[in-house]
Design a protein around this ligand. Structure first.
Ligand code: FES
Ligand code: FE2
Length: 373
C-alpha cells in the first residue's frame, strides 16, 4: 500500500474525507457547527404547512427544528420549550398549537410564551419578561414546494445559496404539482455515506440490477454549481419508450426543459432526480447520530389525469421502494467497513465517482474554512 500511495496518479485519486470522519460523535458535532448550521436545510414541503397550526419538524443530529403556520405566516424555531426544555412538537408533521406537551406553555408567532399555566401564582412573569423567554427563531425561505431553514443567524439568502438550483426547484415545483409518494427510511450508516451513495451510478449494476440499470445510459455528465452539482444523462431506449407510453396514457404534461434525466446534489444533504421531465424525486438525508441516518423522501409527478394515473403511480412507487431497500442494505454493509479503525486514508475515487469527489471537496472546504477562520 505504501508504495502505491507514493505514485502521483494514486494520490490524485484520493478523496478528501478520511475514513475516520464516518464515525464519531465529535466529527458530527463539528459538521453540525460548520456545515449544517450555516447551510439552508430543507425541513419539509409547503403542502404540509397549508393551514393555520400546521407544523413540520426536522432533525439534524441532536437538534430539532419546528416550522409552524400561524394564520398563514410560517415561522421556524428551535423545537425546545423555554420552561424546562422539552420538545414542543413531537411528530414529523401535523396540526396542533405550538404548545409544550409537558406543562402546557403556549407560544405565539413571535415565539413568545403567551400562555403559561399558573403564571400569576407560580412565576409572576410580566409581558416583557415573557418576551425575553422567546423561542430561538431561525430564518425561513421557500424554493418552489420546499421549505428551507437556516440555523445560523447570518449568511447568503436562499436564492444566493442555491444559485441555479433555485430556478430548477421552482420549475419542477410548477411542472410536478402532485406529491405521489412520501417515505421515511432509517439507515445504519453515516449521513455522508448515504449522500455519496445517492450521487453515483457506479453501484447500479450490482446493487440495482433489476431497476436503475435499465433506466439510464452510461454517459452521465457532471456539472458543478458551487458546492452543488448535477448529473445529466440520457434515458435508455427502453425507459424512454415506457415513459412515452405512460405520459400518453396518463395525459402527463412533462417539462419542455428537461426531457431525459437530471439529478441534483444540493449541498450538503439533498439528492434529487428528475426523469423524463415528469417525475421528480427529492431526498433529504440527515444525521440522527454519527452512524445512523434518516431519509425523508418524496416523489412528485407532472400534471396528468385519467384512469391510467393510478397504476402508473403504483408502479413508480414500487420501483422507488425497491431501490430504497437495496440502497439501505448496501449502505449498512459499506458502513461496517468504513467504521474499521486505522484505515488511515480517504477513499479511492475514479471518474465514476466524480460527484462523490465534488461533495467531498465541498465538505472538506467547509470543515476547513471555519477551522482556519
Ligand atoms: S418543559 Fe415545556 S412547559 Fe414545562
Ligand atoms: Fe442506489
Amino acid at each position: 500500500m505504501d508504495d502505491i500511495t507514493r505514485t502521483p496518479h494514486y494520490r490524485d485519486l484520493l478523496g478528501a474525507i478520511p475514513a475516520e470522519n464516518y464515525v464519531g460523535e465529535d466529527v458530527l458535532a463539528m459538521e453540525i457547527e460548520r456545515i449544517f448550521k450555516p447551510s439552508w436545510l430543507c425541513v419539509g414541503a409547503l403542502a404540509d404547512l397549508a393551514n393555520h397550526q400546521d407544523f413540520v419538524t426536522a432533525r439534524v443530529g441532536p437538534h430539532s427544528i419546528v416550522v409552524q403556520n400561524f394564520k398563514g405566516e410560517l415561522k421556524a424555531f428551535r423545537n425546545v420549550c423555554s420552561h424546562r426544555f422539552s420538545r414542543l412538537q413531537t411528530e414529523p408533521c401535523g396540526n396542533r398549537r405550538l404548545q409544550c406537551p409537558y406543562h402546557g406553555w403556549l407560544y405565539d408567532a413571535a415565539g413568545v410564551p403567551i400562555g403559561i399555566p399558573q403564571n400569576d401564582s407560580a412565576f409572576g412573569l410580566s409581558e416583557a419578561e415573557k418576551a425575553t423567554l422567546s423561542l430561538q427563531a431561525y430564518d425561513l425561505a421557500l424554493a418552489g414546494h420546499f421549505v428551507f431553514v437556516r440555523m445560523a443567524g447570518d449568511g447568503p439568502d436562499l436564492r444566493d445559496y442555491l444559485g441555479e438550483v433555485y430556478d430548477f426547484l421552482v420549475h419542477v415545483s410548477q411542472i410536478c404539482p402532485q406529491r405521489v409518494e412520501e417515505a421515511r427510511v432509517d439507515l445504519a450508516c453515516n449521513w455522508k455515506l448515504a449522500v455519496e451513495n445517492g450521487v453515483e451510478a457506479y453501484h447500479h449494476a450490482l446493487v440495482h440490477p433489476e431497476t436503475f440499470t435499465h433506466v439510464l445510459q452510461q454517459d452521465i455528465v457532471m456539472n458543478a454549481y458551487g458546492p452543488h452539482c448535477t448529473h445529466e444523462g440520457d434515458l435508455t431506449e427502453k425507459s424512454r419508450h415506457w415513459w412515452s407510453v405512460v405520459a400518453d396514457k396518463a395525459r402527463l404534461k412533462p417539462s419542455a426543459l428537461y426531457r431525459d434525466y437530471i439529478s441534483f446534489l444540493i449541498f450538503p444533504n439533498i439528492v434529487t432526480t428528475f426523469t423524463y421531465g415528469a417525475l421528480f424525486t427529492f431526498q433529504v438525508i440527515v444525521p440522527t447520530s454519527a452512524v445512523t441516518t434518516h431519509i425523508a423522501a418524496s416523489a412528485w409527478l407532472a400534471e396528468g389525469g385519467g384512469a391510467a394515473l393510478r397504476p402508473v403511480i403504483a408502479s413508480l412507487n414500487g420501483f422507488a421502494e425497491k431501490v430504497r431497500a437495496e440502497d439501505r442494505a448496501i449502505c449498512a454493509i459499506a458502513q461496517q467497513g468504513v467504521a474499521e479503525r486505522g484505515l488511515g486514508r480517504a477513499a479511492v475515487l475514479g471518474e465514476v465517482d466524480n460527484r462523490v469527489r465534488h461533495f467531498q471537496n465541498a465538505y472538506a472546504r467547509r470543515l476547513g474554512e471555519v477551522r482556519h477562520a
